[in-house]
Design a protein around this ligand. Structure first.
Ligand SMILES: [Fe+2]
Length: 352
């Protein structure tokens, strides 16, 4: 035990002797030694005889010592709403335990390549809410949308024009465009991460025995902001429904489908990172996306090109291919910050 821990334990013991309280033993000393905060109990609010009418104010009282003002504020609101929710729905012990078991199962199924908590956030509309509050639209900047649970860090670095998808993964698609600022100037050296399903509606991470990334890639915009890569036309897919979130959706009588989309994340120095996705006109799930990600400005309509010569010149084995041309417009960090402040201010004033 360190000398400071010994001193703290000794102080608690001597106070216990003075006040007649029960002395602390090895367990308390060990916990303090292992980093548990050693707050003087004499300074704490008296937490006794708590129930539906006074539990909330007492949890606020004990949390009020938090030194981080933002955390203190967020926790006060969290506890307030959580307790109000519990009282409002008269939550039963069985329902509370069901929720605990659900969250436990959600955690257990998570892995390096499966993020069930993001999926849960998605289907609750929380991801959409957080994203749209923190990245309000500001034309002509490209709108953002939900990240989704299928992003991985291991996409291969590609050169312009290379393919993110291995052969046989679907109908060919040629993607090109420019990365620009809101004035129309090119944004060079922007890192573009992109990922999509294959023609079976599956991400590479959903296949057994995945060893390398497929249908995902990382490339850079050139000096003119131009980017290009080969991909495949993505298809609609069910969000993972073999886990707790899927079972929850079934009980809610909700479908589990997402319209086809091409995810993109753009990262450039001095600009706000843009996490977005492109959706395809005519998709039957555009209006009922299970994770609430579709925005009209992100719906695209690639053109079919049947010219074999053009297809081969771009590196495809044959024609036809879909041509998807899309410019991405980024906000500077300053623009994004100002827009977010303005949007949150409007949001708060609308609540008054
Ligand atoms: Fe997706």
């Amino acid at each position: 035990m360190s000398s400071s821990t010994m001193a703290e334990t000794s102080a608690i013991r001597s106070r216990a002797r003075t006040t007649g309280e029960i002395e602390v033993g090895k367990a308390v000393a060990e916990a303090i030694k292992n980093g548990a905060p050693s707050i003087d109990p004499a300074l704490l609010p008296r937490l006794r005889d708590l129930g539906p009418l006074n539990i909330t104010e007492n949890v606020h009282a004990i949390n009020s010592m938090c030194p981080n003002p933002r955390q203190k504020f967020v926790f006060e609101k969290l506890v307030t709403h959580l307790h109000d929710f519990t009282r409002e729905v008269s939550l039963t012990t069985e329902e509370w335990m069901l929720a605990i078991e659900f969250l436990t199962a959600t955690g257990k199924i998570c892995s390096d390549i499966r993020q069930e908590f993001i999926l849960l956030s998605d289907i609750l509309g929380l991801s959409c809410l957080v994203d749209s509050m923190n990245h309000p639209s500001m034309p002509p900047a490209t709108e953002g949308t939900v990240l989704g649970p299928f992003f991985t860090q291991d996409a291969a670095d590609l050169k312009a024009g290379e393919s993110i998808a291995s052969e046989g993964k679907g109908e060919y698609m040629w993607c090109e465009g420019r990365v620009l600022d809101t004035q129309g100037n090119p944004v060079p050296n922007c890192t573009i991460e992109t990922w999509e399903t294959d023609n079976e509606g599956l991400y590479d991470t959903q296949y057994e025995g995945r060893t390398v990334a497929d249908c995902r890639g990382r490339l850079k915009s050139d000096a003119n902001g131009y980017y290009s890569y080969r991909a495949v036309l993505p298809t609609p897919y069910p969000i993972p429904n073999d886990g707790p979130v899927g079972r929850l959706l079934k009980t809610l009588n909700r479908h589990v489908f997402r319209p086809a989309h091409l995810h993109t994340m753009l990262v450039a120095k001095g600009y706000e990172t843009l996490i977005t996705a492109l959706y395809f006109k005519g998709d039957q799930f555009l209006e009922s996306d299970a994770v609430f990600g579709v925005k009209s400005s992100l719906v695209v309509e690639p053109k079919l090109v049947t010219d074999e010569t053009k297809a081969k010149a771009l590196g495809f084995k044959h024609g036809p291919y879909w041509h998807l041309e899309k410019d991405y417009v980024l906000l500077t960090l300053k623009q994004a910050d100002e827009q977010k402040r303005k949007s949150l201010k409007n949001y708060y004033s609308s609540l008054k």
